[in-house]
Design a protein around this ligand. Sequence first.
Ligand code: C2E
Ligand code: MG
Ligand code: MG
Ligand code: MG
Length: 283
Amino acid sequence: RAKGDGRSCFRFFEPEMDVRMQLRRGLETDLRQALAAAEFELFYQPILDVGSRAVTSFEALLRWRHPERGLMPPDRFIPLAEETGLIVPIGEWVLRAACAEAMRWPAHLHVAVNLSPTQFASRGLLEAITGALAASGLAPHRLELEITETVMLKDSEATLSTLHRLKAIGVRIAMDDFGTGYSSLSYLQRFPFDKVKIDRSFIRNLGQTRESGAIVGAVVDLCAGLGKGATAEGVETPEQLEELAAKGCREVQGFLFSRPCPAAEVAGLLDRLRSWAGQTVTG
Ligand code: C2E
Ligand code: MG
Ligand code: MG
Ligand code: MG
């Protein structure tokens, strides 16, 4: 039986590969034109302070409004953008758009922007960031850059010097998706991060398995000991929020509060979340 299945798989394998190659090539052509065609959009997801339940920042999350394929999430095109190097100009657009948008918000709010490994290692990174800050007039401390552990693997000397130069500009730096890559605790000590975002895979089972509670608690304590903030990603239930609060996690982000939403909805979202915070404080 297994043999027969294998053979029929093989028969359909090649044409399928072909279709996938064509789709990929089509996508690549489209991706090259997407910036000029203004098809990218940023959605924003709030990050809240656990103690006050006030919004502290918004993370900018890239979407591609493809003319035929509809609204595409980043997982469907960022890998291709990375491979082709297109992530560099796309990432520059993201920085400019996010900084400009943040200028329309109350001044205590920060904006978080994701940087890909290729973009992080690119020559023009510092200029892209100072350029976006200058063009928008955004104060550097209001911009937070999220980078993943993969960035650290490449060349730690170069990474370290880039991080220090970013810190000198005055922007904040967060380690994204902490715990999913080849995390090494020494990274936390060696690199000048302001905060750590605990990956949602650890949050998912909070309150259900003792292990995830132990890991999240340990990461929160470790961050506190190192003088860094900790943000929990992917908070979906009140039970998860409760356990995070009990463990001393300071910031939370997730569908429990809001899904990422278009820029035009940010003001309404702030109103809704403000009244929610008020309610919980008074009773
Ligand atoms: P990320 O930076 O870890 O962003 C968080 C992702 O988790 C977002 O997915 C967000 O929609 C999702 N999320 C937030 N709360 C919840 C929750 O409660 N439950 C669940 N299941 N998911 C939640 P999204 O927007 O699809 O982005 C995926 C990834 O794409 C991001 O992960 C980031 O690595 C990358 N990305 C997004 N925008 C950009 C960008 O402008 N540049 C680069 N280089 N990467 C980006
Ligand atoms: Mg992120
Ligand atoms: Mg993340
Ligand atoms: Mg992620």
